[in-house]
Design a protein around this ligand. Structure first.
Ligand code: ADP
Ligand code: ZN
Length: 442
């Protein structure tokens, strides 16, 4: 059997740079970066405090002498305190989608935009994109980096773009069919939404022209991938990015499907313990930290992503040398602490998808009515499994309860809800409602 789920092709020779040469390139770029940010007030101060000069950087490991940058630092220097070039050189602004509070802005020079398109082209080709494809982009176009980032990446590869943007699912289906789009770009949760609306319209989603999909922007699981691939009869690849670092294009899966290759020639990656900020042991999970080695308008040193994943720099059969990050377990902001146990929504997803008869739509509600935390997981039942018989529903509920306990170690109150009763999203799905937050308990 081939090591690849589909044909392995590489967009950019730089993706295969031997790791020793990559290390030297990173060190040189890191030195240049430290020199470049010297006039950004936050870094001027932080570097002076750390007593580091560009010449002190001999290898990529010297990164540990440099200060971290946190989301809070960006907020404190809102809106553009991290700009490292004259304003006249800025070609475009974007912003984080504000999932966790006030948005932050990011800026790009013309060269940054060119780099970004190239980095998106890398993961798109790695995930099966070819010039003959037609790509429907169902990400929001606007401040969110998803739409424009992927748009220019697809154009770079030479494929055609249908800039559908997010939402209006019946129109998405019409465009897809009439223009014969064979590739879909959106969040994984929105792909399920599209499949569902197709079924409501009497269209079998497997008969849609889609062959490939590139999903990202939110946590999902391998089981969710299997589900989406089966429902829509396509090959789905995972890609990762965040606006502060550049947007989508930080990393993406290759045809070997054993993690997402990071473009390490442009982003120096670290994995640290979120509390101690010390590097985790090789292969262990921790918080990802990225240093943008070549970005001009708004370079960041050791940016704490709050995303939990692990790193693997062992060789990959595809020939790319960039380390692979695992799928993201979740971000530390979304981690729920339930009666002292850490739980990520993606773990609940994993548990639910193990149980036949459940639909991949769920909402986790957390509260503390008395002294104890209580978790309710609302799970949709598949139409064919939904039954008026209490006993059948009880069996299903018990199975879900057991799986959740096996994966997370906590007991949850499982509420089975009717098909299509939970809210659908067109972008990042909302998985958690934490009443403890509203009550000021956490
Ligand atoms: P916001 O922080 O407002 O959500 P972004 O739109 O920049 O801003 O989103 C970036 C975040 O989205 C990442 O930090 C990560 O938490 C999440 N994300 C992006 N791609 C993936 C992916 N493939 N898997 C899991 N999470 C992802
Ligand atoms: Zn690979």
């Amino acid at each position: 059997m081939s090591a690849f789920a589909f044909e392995n092709r590489i967009w950019d020779e730089a993706e295969t740079t031997p790791r020793d040469r990559l290390g030297k390139l990173q060190a040189r770029r890191l030195r240049e970066l430290v020199a470049r940010v010297a006039e950004v007030p936050f870094y001027k101060e932080a570097l002076a405090r750390a007593k580091v000069k560009p010449g002190d950087i001999k290898g990529p490991d010297d990164i540990r002498r440099l200060p971290f940058t946190a989301k809070e630092d960006l907020r404190q220097h809102y809106p553009l305190g991290f700009l490292a070039v004259p304003r006249s050189q800025v070609a475009r602004f974007h912003g984080s989608s504000g999932t966790t509070g006030k948005p932050t802005f990011v800026a790009y020079t013309a060269d940054d935009l060119e780099l970004w398109a190239n980095l998106c082209a890398r993961f798109l080709v790695a995930g099966g994109l070819r010039p003959e494809h037609t790509v429907q982009i169902a990400f929001g176009y606007g401040l969110f980096t998803g739409g424009f980032g992927l748009h220019y990446g697809v154009e770079k590869v030479g494929a055609s773009v249908v800039p559908a943007a997010a939402g209006n699912t019946p129109r998405q289906l019409m465009l897809m069919q009439d223009l014969q789009a064979d590739v879909l770009v959106c969040t994984p949760s929105y792909a399920l939404n599209i499949a569902e609306v197709a079924r409501q319209q009497g269209i079998d989603p497997r008969t849609l022209p889609l062959k490939f999909a590139h999903f990202g922007a939110e946590p999902w699981t391998e089981d969710m991938r299997k589900q989406i691939e089966a429902e829509l009869d396509l090959i789905a690849s995972n890609n990762y990015g965040l606006s502060e670092v550049i947007g989508p294009g930080v990393s993406g899966e290759c045809a070997a499907r054993n993690g997402m290759h990071i473009s390490e020639d442009h982003f120096l990656a670290e994995c640290v313990h979120p509390d101690t900020l010390e590097p985790v042991a090789r292969g262990e999970q921790g918080e990802l930290v990225f240093t943008t080695l070549t970005k001009q308008a708004m370079p960041l040193i050791r940016y704490r992503t709050r995303d939990i994943a692990s790193l693997d720099s062992s060789p990959c059969p595809c020939g790319r040398t960039g380390a692979r990050m695992s799928w993201v377990l979740g971000r530390t902001d979304d981690m729920l602490i339930i009666r002292g146990v850490n739980v990520f929504p993606s773990q609940i997803e994993e548990a639910l998808l193990r149980v036949e008869g459940t639909a991949p739509h769920y909402l986790i509600e957390v509260d503390r009515p008395g002294a104890m935390d209580e978790v309710t997981v609302h799970v949709e039942v598949r139409p064919e499994s939904f039954s008026d018989k209490m006993s059948q529903m009880q069996v299903l509920r018990d199975r879900i309860d057991r799986e959740i306990q096996a994966v997370t170690g906590i007991r949850a109150n499982v509420q089975l809800v009717e098909p299509q009763s939970l809210e659908r999203s067109v972008g990042k799905a909302k998985r958690v409602v934490d009443h403890r937050r509203e009550k000021g308990l956490i």
